[in-house]
Design a protein around this ligand. Sequence first.
Ligand SMILES: Cc1cc2nc3c(=O)[nH]c(=O)nc-3n(C[C@H](O)[C@H](O)[C@H](O)COP(=O)(O)O)c2cc1C
Length: 332
Amino acid sequence: MALPEILRGRLSLPVVGAPLFIVSQPALVAAQCQAGVVGSFPALNARPQSLLGDWLSEIEESNANFAAANPGLPVAPFAVNQIVHRSNDRLDQDMATVVEHKVPIVITSLGARPEVNEAVHSYGGIVLHDVINDRFARKAIEKGADGVIAVAAGAGGHAGMQSPFALIREIREWFDGPLLLSGAIAHGRSVLAALAAGADLAYIGSAFLSTEEANNPAEYKQMIVDSAAGDIVYSNLFTGVHGNYLRGSITAAGLDPDDLPVADPSVIDFGSGGNSSAKAWKDIWGSGQGVGAISQVLPAAALIERLHREFDQARAELQESLAQFDSAGVSA
Ligand SMILES: Cc1cc2nc3c(=O)[nH]c(=O)nc-3n(C[C@H](O)[C@H](O)[C@H](O)COP(=O)(O)O)c2cc1C
């Protein structure tokens, strides 16, 4: 278990802010990096395609200015997410822009392609690939990804169904490279738990949906604040791939969250309407099960500061708990 070289000494907390379709944009990414966690956004959020280069320049400049003004503080590198699915007709152009800017970290999802990995390696970047089971994790590494993001049950957006304990354990049996855990992490104690389970980093998405810098409507932010795990519905109706969504947004779209039809899985079109007339991401709002830990809309830096405090407190409390056991695991 080890952090990739590119991250050593650059993080104040072992966290990657996950890419959020429509929601992540340069102000959020820069705020995440400048608070010492990796910030990321899907390349597809920059529309038209020509905007991607401008966004990358904006983040690079903001981070460089912050680093110059705050020499003692770690500024984390940023990541761009590429949807490597055939429905993404911008991939080649977006990859050319990524290579031009030497984007430090590329997160690939919905497919693994050796040529994408090779392009990122050509300038010294790394690729983290997101997977929902051990079989896909093996494929990703075989095809040249540097690390794996294990997307467990309860994650926002497209998500798996496996317990984080099971998923991390199976991958750690054969893989000692960078491993991230994703799914319902929205509290500093859960970040520590991800590390204890065997991950190097926690991958956090939904908690950032309620930040001031997030590009989603105020009603969506408020629904994150008001919702808890019981308000999250798992369905493949909206994009053809199973994912987790806010119950309140499904009801608002005139659908019954307790009686959703099952979609035709051949109609996968990430980012469009999938099998229903309500548009995924725009009308039907994604969210993971961790939102019970979110109680207010905050600047991203304040949320990360809160995660820090919780992480430190959990670490101190855990040390006390562990002191009750001797090295043989017998209660003292
Ligand atoms: C609204 C929303 C949009 C998302 N969009 C993307 C995306 O464009 N690309 C991607 O790889 N993952 C996407 N995800 C998944 C996240 O990157 C991440 O795996 C997930 O949010 C982690 O679980 P959590 O939300 O419980 O923290 C999205 C998640 C949400 C909630």
